[in-house]
Write a new protein. Structure first.
Ligand code: ATP
Ligand code: MG
Length: 140
């Protein structure tokens, strides 16, 4: 198995409820190491660009408003098969469909305010990491 990196966001619904430590404990228990981390208030332009792939979806404007409604924690995670491992511990997009023991099952408020983001492929992970982090800000 390959050591991989993925991009993670702790979303505003979770920072608002002071859940960053509990969420990161789940990520670490799943074998993921936080090798880059910063707390940030996203601008509208940053949120729009990050979720540009969803620009045509009916929920896009609401999603951008939600992602800029409070601070987020941007993270680079490293571990074996990190992309898939992170998606597994996150759970399904809609908390109603998420498996027991997953972050979204236990913490998400709704399909939109679902506490965490995780890259969906190694290719997108590389794009997302480089959007928010300089190489010198990541260290294993
Ligand atoms: P993410 O990309 O945030 O890790 P995901 O890959 O599970 O989540 P996507 O389909 O990429 O899901 O959707 C991106 C985000 O858009 C979701 O995490 C959620 O916040 C929001 N979203 C997705 N579907 C809906 C919907 N039907 N209604 C409202 N918001 C939605
Ligand atoms: Mg996605």
């Amino acid at each position: 198995m390959a050591i991989e990196r993925t991009f993670s966001i702790i979303k505003p619904d979770a920072t608002r409820r002071n859940l960053t430590g509990q969420i990161n404990a789940r990520l670490e228990a799943a074998g993921l190491r936080i090798v880059g981390q910063k707390r940030k208030q996203l601008t509208e332009a940053e949120a729009k660009a990050f979720y540009a792939v969803h620009a045509a979806r009916p929920f896009y404007n609401d999603l951008v408003a939600f992602m800029t409604s409070g601070p987020v924690v941007l993270q680079v995670l490293e571990g074996e098969n990190a992309v898939a491992a992170n998606r597994e511990v996150m759970g399904a997009t809609n908390p109603a469909d998420a498996a027991d023991g997953t972050i979204r099952k236990d913490f998400a408020e709704s399909i939109e305010a679902n506490s965490v983001h995780g890259s969906d492929s190694p290719e997108n992970a590389a794009i997302e990491i480089s959007y928010f982090f300089a190489g010198c800000e990541i260290t294993s």
